[in-house]
Design a protein around this ligand. Structure first.
Ligand code: PMP
Length: 670
C-alpha cells in the first residue's frame, strides 16, 4: 500500500536534491561487486572517492551520481583481512545514493514530521521523517550522509512540509563511503530502530530487509533506461548454459557459485560473499594481480600481433623462461593451452624418434585434444571413454599410499620405474617401439600424488635406453608451486627432453609453452612451418614476464615451501584426530588429503570428500576433489595464500570433519 501511494502521488513530489533527478542529468554508477566501472588493476571495488566521482560526473556531463538500491557491493575495507570468516558481511545496499557536492540542501518530497535524528559516527548524521498520508499506512523516509551541523535545529515531532530542508549533504568520508552523498531510504517499519535503522543488509537476509526498505526510486523517479544493465541472475545463466552451451560442461558445487570478482587468494560472489580460494592454481600469483593485469593492459593498448615480426618481448621472455630451466632445455615454442603444449610435445617426440607410441601413467590426464584423450587413461578409461588405443601403453601410477609397494620408500620408486621399463619392453615386443614417456612431475588428476624418490630417474633411464624421449608435463605443478624447486621434475633429480607448461604461466591469460633441446627441435624442423596465430604474442609475453617478475621479486617459491609445510603440518594434526583422513601429502602448495572409510583397508571415502567440499564452500573455503576414486581433497591455491589462510582452512576443515555426516559417510555413525 505504501508503494501504491508513492506511485499514485509521484507527480506531486518535491525534488529531494536540486538540480532534481529525474530532470537534472544523472549518471547511475555500477558499484556492484563485479563492476568494471573504474575497474583498475588490484582494486577490490569501484573507487567511489570524492575525486573519482567528481571526475566521472564531469566526464559524462552529469550533475548527480546515483548508487543503486538493492545493489550488493564489496564493503569498504573488505578484502583479505575482512574475508577471514566470522559474521556475514552486510553487502546489500538498502538505499539509493545521490552523489552531490557537500552542502547540497536535502528536502522532504512530501509532508511529514521529524521522527528521529541521529549523529552516530562522526560526520554522518541521519534524519528519519515519518509520513502519514491519508489512505496509506505510516511510513518513513530516511536521509543519511548529512552534516551534523545542518540537522542540529531539527527536533522530533517537528512538522516538515513538502520541499522543506532536512539538512545538507555532509563532507566526504573517504574511510566510510567515499564521495559526499545522500543515502536515501524508504522504510515501511522502523522496527523501533529510528535513525539506527540499517542501511545495508547481509545477503542471506536480503528479502527481509528489501521488504522493509522499499526502492527509493519510487520517490526520486530516475528513468529505468539510465540504469546500467543488470547481470543475468543465476537461474537465467544456468538456463542459458543448458540451452546454449555444450551439455558435457559441468559446474562446481550442488548450488553453483556466481563468481564475479577475484582479488589475490579470494573470490567474491555476486552478493559480495568472500571465498578463500584454496583450489585454483591458474591465478598463480593471485587473482587480478595488479602488476600482471597492468602488464597485459599496457601491452594490449600498444600492440598485439603474431610472431612473424621482430619484437623484443618474445626474445626477452624466451631468455627469462629458459634461464629457469636446466641445460640443454633452451628452445621454446609458445602456444595457448596446456593441451596445445602436450599435443606439440607429442609431435616433437614423434618427429625426433620416428615412432608413434607413448607410455603414460594410469589415471593420468594430459589434455582435451584428440591426441591427448588417446594418452589420458582418466579420459579413455573414464565415463564415455573409448578405451585404450593400441599406441598407448599404461604403466601403474606410482602411488606411495596405495598399490603393491606402499610403505617401501625409494624401493617403491625403483619398483615402479621397473614397471615402466616392462611396459616399454612389452610395447617393443608387440612391434610398437615407444616414442615417448609422458608424466606429470606430481600427478594431479591421478590424486595429488608425490612420486616416490627415484621413480622418474629409473623410468627416464629405461625409456631412453629403448630410444624414447621423456616429456615432463608441468602444466599444473610448474613455476615454483612445489616450493623446494621451480619445476616439479627437479624434485626427482631428472632433466626431461621436453617440458610442457601452461596454467600458471599467464596467471589466467592463455599462455602455454613447450621447451625442448636443440636436438629435438632440429628433428622437428622438417620444412613444415610451425606457426601458431596467438602463441607468443606481445601481450602474452608481457604477461608471462610480469608473472615471472612477481614470483621472483616476492619470493613466491620460498613462500609456497613455507606455507605448504605449515599447512601439511596442520593437516597432519587433523589426521591424528579424524580417522577419515588416511593420508596427507604434497610438496609446497600442491597438497592432497586422502579420505578413507577405514585406515587399514584404505577403502576410499568419496561421499565424505564430496560432503566436505560442499560444507567447506558454505564456510567460505573453496576446495575440490581429485584422484581415481574422487576421495582426495585437493589444495592448490594461488600463491598469495598465506599462513593465516592455511590456519583458516585447517580450522574450518577440523570443524567440518567433526560433523556427524562425515562419520555416517564412512560408516561410523549409527
Ligand atoms: N596437463 C595437465 C597435467 C593438466 O592438468 C591439464 C589441464 N587440467 C592439461 C594438461 C591441459 O591443459 P589445458 O586445459 O590448458 O588445455
Amino acid at each position: 500500500r505504501v508503494e501504491a501511494w508513492l506511485r499514485s502521488h509521484a507527480s506531486t513530489f518535491a525534488p529531494v536534491v536540486r538540480p532534481a533527478p529525474p530532470d537534472g542529468a544523472v549518471h547511475v554508477f555500477d558499484l556492484s561487486v563485479g563492476s568494471t566501472e573504474w575497474a583498475e588493476p588490484g582494486l577490490l571495488r569501484p573507487d567511489a572517492s570524492a575525486e573519482r566521482v567528481r571526475d566521472r560526473l564531469e566526464a559524462v556531463g552529469a550533475s548527480t551520481g546515483v548508487g543503486r538500491y538493492a545493489e550488493a557491493r564489496v564493503p569498504r575495507g573488505d578484502g583479505p583481512d575482512r574475508a577471514g570468516g566470522g559474521a556475514e558481511p552486510s553487502t546489500v545496499h538498502l538505499g539509493l545514493d545521490l552523489f552531490r557536492p557537500a552542502g547540497t540542501p536535502v528536502c522532504v518530497p512530501f509532508d511529514g514530521a521529524v521522527h528521529s535524528v541521529g549523529t552516530a559516527a562522526g560526520a554522518d548524521a541521519t534524519v528519519v521523517v515519518a509520513h502519514a498520508p491519508p489512505g496509506a499506512p505510516t511510513f518513513y523516509t530516511l536521509y543519511r550522509g548529512l552534516s551534523p551541523d545542518s540537522v542540529a535545529g531539527l527536533a522530533a515531532g517537528q512538522a516538515l512540509h513538502r520541499g522543506e530542508p532536512v539538512g545538507q549533504v555532509g563532507p566526504a568520508d573517504e574511510a566510510r563511503w567515499g564521495a559526499p552523498r545522500l543515502h536515501l531510504q524508504v522504510v515501511t517499519d522502523l522496527l523501533g530502530m529510528g535513525a539506527d535503522f540499517p542501511g545495508v543488509a547481509p545477503p542471506s537476509a536480503r528479502a527481509v530487509w528489501t521488504g522493509l526498505s522499499l526502492d527509493p526510486n519510487l520517490v526520486v523517479r530516475i528513468d529505468g533506461g539510465q540504469f546500467p544493465t543488470s547481470p543475468l541472475a543465476a537461474d537465467e545463466i544456468r538456463a542459458t548454459r543448458a540451452e546454449r552451451l555444450g551439455p558435457s560442461l559441468s559446474l562446481s558445487y550442488r548450488r553453483p557459485l556466481t563468481i564475479v570478482r577475484g582479488h589475490l587468494q579470494h573470490l567474491y560472489d555476486a552478493e559480495g560473499r568472500a571465498y578463500l580460494d584454496a583450489v585454483n592454481n591458474v591465478p598463480h600469483v593471485g587473482h587480478g594481480h595488479p602488476e600482471v593485469v597492468a602488464a597485459g593492459q599496457r601491452q594490449m593498448a600498444a600492440l598485439n600481433t603474431n610472431t612473424r615480426y621482430l619484437h623484443d618481448l618474445i626474445a626477452r621472455y624466451a631468455r627469462r623462461l629458459t634461464a629457469r630451466l636446466p641445460d640443454p632445455l633452451r628452445v621454446c615454442f609458445f602456444v595457448n593451452s596446456g593441451s596445445e603444449a602436450n599435443d606439440l610435445a607429442l609431435r616433437l617426440a614423434r618427429a625426433h624418434t620416428g615412432r608413434r607410441d607413448v607410455v603414460v601413467l594410469d589415471h593420468a590426464y594430459h589434455g582435451h585434444l584428440s591426441s591427448l584423450i588417446e594418452i589420458s587413461p582418466y579420459k579413455f578409461d573414464g565415463p564415455g571413454g573409448p578405451g585404450r588405443p593400441p599406441h598407448t601403453h599404461v604403466a601403474p601410477m606410482p602411488d606411495p599410499y596405495r598399490g603393491p609397494y606402499r610403505g617401501r620408500g625409494a624401493d617403491a620408486g625403483r619398483a615402479y620405474a621397473a614397471h615402466v621399463g616392462e611396459t616399454v619392453e612389452a610395447a617393443d615386443r608387440e612391434g610398437r617401439p615407444v616414442a615417448a614417456f609422458i608424466a606429470e612431475s606430481l600427478p594431479g588428476v591421478g590424486g595429488q600424488v608425490v612420486l616416490p624418490d627415484g621413480f622418474l630417474e629409473g623410468a627416464y633411464a629405461r625409456v631412453r635406453a629403448a630410444g624414447g624421449v621423456c616429456i615432463a608435463d608441468e602444466v599444473q605443478v610448474g613455476f615454483g608451486r612445489v616450493g623446494t624447486h621451480f619445476w616439479g621434475f627437479e624434485t626427482q633429480g631428472v632433466v626431461p627432453d621436453i617440458v610442457t607448461m601452461g596454467k600458471p604461466m599467464g596467471n589466467g591469460h592463455p599462455l602455454a609453452a613447450v621447451v625442448t633441446t636443440p636436438e629435438v627441435a632440429a628433428s622437428f624442423d622438417t620444412g613444415m612451418e610451425y606457426f601458431n596465430t596467438f602463441g607468443g604474442n606481445p601481450v602474452s609475453c608481457s604477461i608471462g614476464l610480469a608473472v615471472l617478475d612477481v614470483i621472483e621479486r616476492d619470493g613466491l617459491q620460498e613462500h609456497a615451501d613455507r606455507v605448504g609445510a605449515h599447512l601439511r603440518a596442520r593437516l597432519r594434526e587433523l589426521q591424528e584426530r579424524h580417522p577419515v583422513v588416511g593420508d596427507v601429502r604434497g610438496l609446497g602448495l600442491f597438497i592432497g588429503a586422502e579420505l578413507v572409510r577405514d585406515r587399514s583397508s584404505r577403502e576410499p571415502a568419496p561421499e565424505a570428500a564430496a560432503y566436505v567440499v560442499e560444507r567447506m564452500k558454505e564456510e567460505g573455503v573453496l576446495l575440490s576433489t581429485d584422484g581415481p576414486a574422487h576421495n582426495v581433497l585437493k589444495v592448490k591455491p594461488p600463491l598469495a595464500f598465506g599462513e593465516a589462510d592455511a590456519d583458516r582452512l585447517a580450522d574450518t576443515l577440523d570443524r567440518v570433519l567433526g560433523e556427524d555426516v562425515v562419520a555416517y559417510a564412512v560408516g561410523g555413525g549409527t
